[in-house]
Structure formats: structure tokens, C-alpha cells
Write a protein that binds this ligand. Structure first.
Ligand code: SF4
Length: 375
């Protein structure tokens, strides 16, 4: 079944490390954008009738800057253009400083049943260095408000390897996140891009990131603490209570199909990939003029599809079933890649049980080296 991704490119302020496709919130532009998004979704209805979709994901940017009415209209547009299953997972990314219980309740009434909060850290000094608008107390409160609004599925994003952060400080955020009892957590490692304002700020303030060995400790010890708290790792960067794994994101790792709507959104459909035009105003103008917004359509060869299925599937803790993927792409995976993979098995980076190939936890730190075999 399809996943539907909806990009909301507006933020209240631009964080100093961000390289997503986003811009400052502008109420007039937002109204036009929501209308354009709804029009684009409507145009996806196939003549043969609506196709089935079982996940909707509002990503950004900061989707919680939308009104509940905007969200309700967009969800309705999805339901009109697709056969959205009654139990569909409908996720909305939210920034802690943008919400209160009433707004969250209204999002729930609009059809959202899962929230993903961009918390990043539960230490005020770290949040300040990242130029985030919220503090730790607001992040804690937002979690409580989500529960009060009736959300039974709440995820948090945490970011590690922050400027001036040592492993103990990182683990403070980890422990604080555990006490908030989320259903799911995503862990990201901060990447300071060459043109990120944070890079200059770090140079000016003489902030540095911990050495690589500490980054390794941060990752491994966080996973241990999460697992002790019942949050089981199911993907390189994700942990969840059993049964609360992100269904939408799992499509990315399980060779699934999804359609992206909105500026800069990516889609993958049966081996064809494309991206929508990135600039918000260009996107709106093209939609209203009835022109296509797709750019860069790429038809993957069977070889590339096989490589991608292996590459992304290995991110999952359960690993890949080489027979199932081999059958799908008419090849013998082990015969094909075995000679390159065997040294990683010998070193304990990969484990192989019958047809199942998985990265060990230590191997997850070296995932890029393994995955390079497939691309
Ligand atoms: S809130 Fe998220 S998307 Fe917006 S600027 Fe900050 S990091 Fe980027």
C-alpha cells in the first residue's frame, strides 16, 4: 500500500544547523500553499479510481504551524484522492513551542493519530546552541499536552553529538526522554554542513564536537538505556515500544512505494523516482497554472532497485531476507554479493543466519562501509 508524504515548508525561525527545504512562516503564503497542496493531491487520483494508502505523514518544516482546519482539509483531500484505510497511521511533525492541548486536540479531531516532536535535547544550553525556540521545560510540557489531548502514539526526535556535548550530557537527555515515556524515538547525529551558520558560530565561540570514540559511546549507551526501558531498536536510528514502529518510515526501508506532495517532496513508485520543484512559490505557481511540479524523474534499472532494496533493508534490525529480495529481483543475492559481504561477516559486522543477513549493533556504526557494496 502507498504512503503519502506531505511537505509543509514553513518554520517560525530558521535553526542554525538546518538544511531542510523550508522558509519563514508567512500567513498569506501559507494559505496559497495549502490550496496548492490540496490541488496537487486531488490531481493524483487515477482514472481507474482511488488507490489504497495506509499512511499519511506531515513533514517539514514545521507542520504544527498549520491550523487544525488546514490539516483537516489536507487529510480530507487525501481521503478523496486515495482509499485511505480506516486504521491508517496519520503522523504530524510538531515543534514543542507551537502547540498546546487545545491545538493538539484539534489536530486529533482533524484525523492525526501520531505526533512526532522535534525535541532534539532536554538541556537548555544545548537547545540554545542549536538556536531552537523551545527549552527543555516546554518540550516536557508538550509531551504532557499530547497525552492530555488523547494521543496514544507519540514520538520524539533527539539529536546527539551536539557542540560542547559530552557523553554524560547526552545521556541526561536520553534519561529525561525515557521519563517522558514516548512510544517511539528517532536519534540523529548532528551534521554540521559547510554553509550552516552553526559552523561559524562554533568557530567564533570555540565550540567543538566530541571525538569520534565518544560519538560511538553516545550511540551505543543510548540504545542500551532505551532497550532497558522497553524501547527496542528496530532501525539504525529508531527505537519503539513493540508494535509502535513508524509504519510510514518503514516503507522507506522495506522497498515500499510512497508519493510525496508539496514543494521538494520526493516520491518512489515501482522503481520510478521523482522530486517536486523545491521553491515554495514556484511550486504554488506551477500547480495553479496546471503545470507538472515533478522534476528529475529517474527510472531505476533492476540493478539499482536491487541495490536500493538491500541498502535500505539492512538499516532494519531484523535485517534482510536475501531469498525474498532475490525472488523479487530474480537474482541470487548471496551468490552475487557474498564474496564482498563475507569479510564483514567474519569481522562480526554482519551476521548471517540462513537467508537473513543483518548488521550487528557494532556493525550499525559501520553501516556505510557495508552498504557501499550495493551502490
Ligand atoms: S524547525 Fe526543523 S525544519 Fe525548521 S528550521 Fe529548525 S530544523 Fe529546520
Amino acid at each position: 500500500m502507498l504512503g503519502l508524504y506531505l511537505h509543509i515548508p514553513f518554520c517560525s525561525a530558521i535553526c542554525n544547523y538546518c538544511n531542510f527545504n523550508r522558509g519563514l512562516f508567512d500567513p498569506v503564503l501559507k494559505v496559497r500553499y495549502v490550496d496548492a497542496l490540496i490541488a496537487e493531491i486531488g490531481s493524483a487520483r487515477t482514472p481507474a479510481g482511488p488507490e489504497a494508502a495506509d499512511t499519511i505523514y506531515f513533514g517539514g518544516g514545521t507542520p504544527s504551524l498549520l491550523s487544525a482546519d488546514d490539516v483537516a482539509r489536507i487529510v480530507s483531500a487525501c481521503r478523496a484522492a486515495f482509499r485511505v484505510t480506516p486504521d491508517a497511521e496519520v503522523t504530524l511533525e510538531a515543534n514543542p513551542e507551537t502547540v498546546d492541548t487545545d491545538l493538539l486536540r484539534a489536530f486529533r479531531d482533524a484525523g492525526v493519530n501520531r505526533l512526532s516532536f522535534g525535541v532534539q535535547s532536554l538541556r537548555d544550553d544545548e537547545l540554545k546552541r542549536l538556536s531552537r525556540l523551545h527549552g527543555a521545560a516546554r518540550a516536557r510540557a508538550a509531551l504532557g499536552e499530547a497525552r492530555a489531548a488523547g494521543f496514544g502514539n507519540v514520538s520524539l526526535d533527539l539529536m546527539m553529538w551536539l557542540p560542547q556535548q559530552n557523553p554524560e550530557q547526552w545521556l541526561e537527555s536520553v534519561d529525561a526522554a525515557i521519563t517522558l515515556a514516548p512510544d517511539h524515538l528517532s536519534l540523529y547525529m548532528l551534521e554540521v554542513y559547510p554553509n550552516a551558520p552553526l559552523r561559524d558560530e562554533m568557530a567564533r565561540a570555540r565550540w567543538s564536537q566530541a571525538p569520534d570514540e565518544d560519538a560511538e559511546v553516545m550511540y551505543l549507551s543510548a540504545l542500551e538505556r532505551f532497550e532497558a526501558a522497553g524501547l527496542v531498536q528496530y532501525e539504525i536510528s529508531n527505537v519503539a515500544r513493540p508494535g509502535m514502529e513508524a509504519r510510514h518510515n518503514t516503507k522507506y526501508w522495506e522497498d515500499g512505494d510512497w508519493l510525496g506532495f508539496g514543494c521538494g517532496a520526493h516520491s518512489t513508485r515501482q522503481g520510478v523516482r521523482w522530486k517536486n520543484v523545491s521553491a515554495t512559490t514556484d511550486y504554488i505557481d506551477l500547480v495553479f497554472a496546471g503545470h507538472p511540479v515533478k522534476t528529475g524523474v529517474q527510472v531505476l534499472t533492476p540493478e539499482q532497485r536491487l541495490g536500493d532494496a538491500l541498502f535500505t533493508g539492512l538499516r532494519l534490525s531484523k535485517g534482510i531476507d536475501m531469498v525474498a529480495i532475490g525472488n523479487k529481483y530474480s537474482t541470487d543475492v548471496w551468490q552475487r554479493f557474498g564474496p564482498d559481504l563475507q569479510p564483514f561477516v567474519d569481522e562480526g559486522i554482519l551476521t548471517r543466519h540462513g537467508a537473513i543477513l543483518r548488521l550487528s549493533r557494532r556493525g550499525m556504526l559501520l553501516a556505510n562501509e557495508v552498504m557501499a557494496i550495493f551502490v
